[in-house]
Design a binder for this molecule. Structure first.
Ligand code: F0G
Length: 351
């Protein structure tokens, strides 16, 4: 039974009997073997999909938000605030609604997916859209929360990282070991930081023997870590990771270097190819940013990176496809409109 990550992994988290636990039963997400995708690869790599879109608000953010909002409440905060490309705001709005505190979100105008915006609005958050990108929004959120008793719940809040590290614990519990490769999209670089911390803690506690190699992927038009410099005007169809100056830059590089991994980029075309492949041949509908992880696996496989030994990779599908219905429709064949009679329909389906 799903009980929420604070309950399940309490001994690994900074909570006490005084912490009011605000949970929507996040975590416990499926780890699905991607048989058809694995069969298409050159190397004998067994790919698993960690379906984080199955969390209560439809993304991995809920793992961090349950802890960040619980700790904010314990501290006596009256409000939480975040800058967001969409998912953080959806999650913050949901957990704030559950706990009865105010939630303010700052989003880049015109660059957040419809599903995510609808979530923040329906949960009753105050949504402020700015003429700027995510990096501008985060700068403003940091300054405002610095001056008032409002808790910042972006991933620079350490409780977000603590909660999100439970994704690594779960993968190890599900596989019985760490995967050889852990693959994920990188935006503000909180999640790669959290996963690496989680794997190291599980190793230190003797729960796993080996650590995975961390493979992070940015969008080619928003790839500051790959380029080694801030991207002033990040551009990508994967709006969730449209970030030019990630807050967790240094920690992401540490995860990459300590694990002997890499952070590379994938193009929007490669992202869409992976997005469609997951939907059409695995039955898994994720959002474009999430597909960047699988696009990365396909790219590295074509380059021969994975070699000829049997290995396992886990790709984190960070958000649900329904978050961004416009993109799904945009890359698909639209329905045909026909007369309501049996012969016409039978003819159209080839019978
Ligand atoms: N995938 C999705 C679906 C995301 O929403 C995000 C980040 C990432 C990947 C990247 O994770 O930032 O920890 O490296 N979304 C943030 C937001 C920025 O505001 O929702 P990261």
């Amino acid at each position: 039974m799903k009980k929420g990550i604070i309950h399940t992994y309490r001994e690994y988290l900074p909570v006490t009997d005084q912490t009011p636990v605000i949970s929507l039963q996040e975590g416990g997400t499926p780890l699905i073997h991607a048989k058809n995708l694995s069969a298409q690869l050159k190397s004998p790599l067994s790919v698993y999909l960690k379906c984080e879109g199955m969390n209560p608000s439809g993304s991995f953010k809920d793992r961090g938000m349950t802890l960040a909002v619980s700790k904010a409440l314990e501290k006596g905060a009256k409000a939480v605030m975040c800058a967001s490309t969409g998912n953080t705001s959806a999650s913050a709005a949901a957990y704030a609604a559950k706990s009865g505190i105010k939630c303010v979100v700052i989003i880049p105008e015109g660059n957040i997916a419809l599903g995510k915006l609808s979530q923040a609005l329906v949960h009753g958050a105050q949504v402020i859209s700015i003429k700027g990108n995510f990096d501008d929004a985060l700068r403003i959120a940091r300054e405002v929360t610095g001056g008032f008793p409002i808790e910042l719940v972006n991933s620079i809040n350490p409780y977000r990282i603590e909660g999100q590290k439970t994704g690594a614990f779960e993968i190890c519990d599900q596989l019985g070991k760490a995967p050889d490769y852990h693959v994920l999209p990188v935006g503000n670089a909180g999640n790669i930081t959290a996963y690496w911390k989680g794997y190291k803690e599980y190793r230190d506690k003797g729960r796993i023997k080996e650590l995975p190699v961390m493979l992070g992927f940015q969008s080619a038009g928003a790839a500051p870590i790959v380029l080694g410099k801030v991207v002033k005007n990040p551009r990508t169809i994967a709006t969730a990771i449209r970030i030019g100056n990630p807050a967790g830059w240094k920690q992401a590089e540490e995860a990459r270097d300590e694990s002997k991994g890499l952070i590379d980029s994938v193009t929007d075309d490669e992202i869409i190819e992976a997005y469609k492949l997951l939907a059409k041949s695995e039955g898994v509908f994720c959002e474009p940013a999430s597909a960047a992880a699988v696009a990365g696996i396909i790219k590295k496989d074509r380059e021969g990176y994975f070699g000829s030994e049997r290995k396992t990779a886990v790709a984190v599908l960070t958000g649900h496809g329904l978050k961004d219905p416009d993109r799904a429709i945009g890359v698909s064949e639209l329905p045909v409109s026909l007369a309501a009679n049996v012969e016409t329909i039978a003819q159209a389906i080839g019978f």
